[in-house]
Ligand binder design. Sequence first.
Ligand code: SF4
Length: 267
Amino acid sequence: MTAVRSHGRSHGLRKPLFASARSPKLVLMEAQLLAWFSQNGRDLPWRHTRDPYAILVSKVMLQQTQVERVEPRYRRWLERWPTVGALAAAAVADVIREWQGLGYNRRAVSLHQAAQRVAADGWPADLTELPGVGRYTADAVRRFALGQAVLPVDTNVRRVQERTGYDFDPACAAALMDLGATVCIARVPRCGACPLSEGCPSRGRRYEPLRRQSRFEGSFRQRRARTLGLLVEGPRPLEQLDADAVASLRADGLVAVYESIAQLPAA
Ligand code: SF4
């Protein structure tokens, strides 16, 4: 199977020296990885569907929010808007309200716009044409919904590839994600519990702490979130609000202003 590769942002890890494709050693490691996954893989709700819309919702939510927080919100979202057409027909204000608590609210508006585009024109051949859909998200939909031979490379997958030096088959995508999330973790990988440890040149290594996400407390993100939270409750006069936060939220399509009153967008 020929894999279509995606190349995302570097995370400062060792550059991979990929072993030659499909070597017997790689085939053995993939078998060990998949055997481990069958016993240890996470049972996540988006792994029970091949609906591109549901996969897209999960991947957009997971872009910057942890799995544990996403899981119940994903279920609720799919109950409320079970199809791409249902989401496309929803009022954007309702979509923004439903997104509250997941953070990075711009994703809600983009997801709504993507649903409208798909409802009107169908799924594009190049999914990155959809608002808010980057290379990884597009490849994840292609792999998990459409069954295409593409390996979606997120932070976890890239870490395992770089540490092992192997370019795994797309069939290993979910296994690589779980291995990177639970065993081959960023600073102190749990090599003793790793199915790849025998053939891994990085076994036993320790890594420097990654750059932390900037603090939310006291940040402009917090001011935006607080302002949006007020407007989720109802319209407010501009003079009662943080002007910079309102301007930024307006630029992202999260807030509209009519006659000095700020509110969630009407359409
Ligand atoms: S042996 Fe250690 S470094 Fe190598 S893939 Fe497994 S957990 Fe990661």
